[in-house]
Design a protein around this ligand. Structure first.
Ligand SMILES: Nc1ncnc2c1ncn2[C@@H]1O[C@H](COP(=O)(O)OP(=O)(O)O)[C@@H](O)[C@H]1O
Ligand SMILES: O=C(O)[C@H](O)[C@@H](O)[C@H](O)[C@H](O)COP(=O)(O)O
Length: 197
């Protein structure tokens, strides 16, 4: 993982910006808000992975029961398929998707065929609890936060991603994310493709 590439002073260069981005993190962290802002900056499409859950999965989560891996795989496949479709149509795509575990992120890469970049919106447990408590009208109850945190696997050093603090103003966070994406795209241009594990 590249730590806060934004602070490296990399200038914005739309042509170098990764075309496929997943804004990840636990429920309520601020993924959708940031993903929409990043999509706007990239002139890309914002995809809300929550909209691709089955009705059954939403009922399950609304009832406070976390999804299992078996519940998640078909959902992740739908998210990846959507990414693939948008890229095939020539549109940059920014997805809001929890993508909590490494295996989920690898599956998204494998099934989309895209070299995804990840932006992890994160903060302390107290900040996350406060943030999810503010959210209204969502199927995911705040009681799911502990299971989300238990499932979360932070970005590995070998993943293309950056952590953005959840308490930044959204436009500041989006600027940090885009600076990272520019730096990451430039870095990929200089290095051979790595295999997806
Ligand atoms: N940078 C931010 N600063 C302040 N509030 C935010 C910020 N990002 C998101 N929020 C608020 O936090 C709550 C959760 O945000 P949301 O984007 O829905 O999170 P997620 O997609 O991770 O569930 C919402 O009420 C949203 O308005
Ligand atoms: O905004 C949110 O609350 C999350 O994005 C949430 O809706 C997400 O879809 C679930 O977290 C299900 O997936 P996981 O159980 O794999 O996080």
């Amino acid at each position: 993982m590249t730590e806060q590439a934004a602070s490296a002073g990399v200038g914005a260069d739309a042509s170098a910006t990764a075309a496929a981005v997943v804004v990840m993190g636990v429920a309520g962290a601020g993924k959708s808000t940031l993903a929409a802002a990043v999509a706007d900056r990239l002139g890309g499409v914002f995809v809300e992975a929550d909209d691709l859950h089955s009705a059954e999965a939403k009922v399950q989560m609304a009832g406070g029961i976390p999804l299992t891996d078996d519940d998640r795989w078909p959902w992740l496949a739908r998210v990846a398929s959507r990414v693939r479709d948008e890229l095939a149509a020539g549109r940059p795509v920014v997805v809001s998707c929890s993508a909590l575990r490494r295996a989920y992120r690898d599956a998204l890469m494998r099934d989309s065929g895209a070299e995804l970049a990840f932006v992890h919106v994160h903060g302390s447990a107290a900040q996350l609890a406060e943030r999810i408590g503010q959210r209204t009208g969502h199927f995911m109850p705040a009681t799911m936060l502990p299971s989300q945190l238990a499932t979360l696997e932070p970005l590995g050093d070998d993943e293309h991603g950056v952590v953005v603090p959840l308490d930044l103003p959204v436009e500041t966070a989006a600027a940090q994310a885009v600076a990272f994406l520019d730096a990451d795209a430039a870095c990929r241009d200089r290095t051979p493709e790595r295999p997806v594990s």
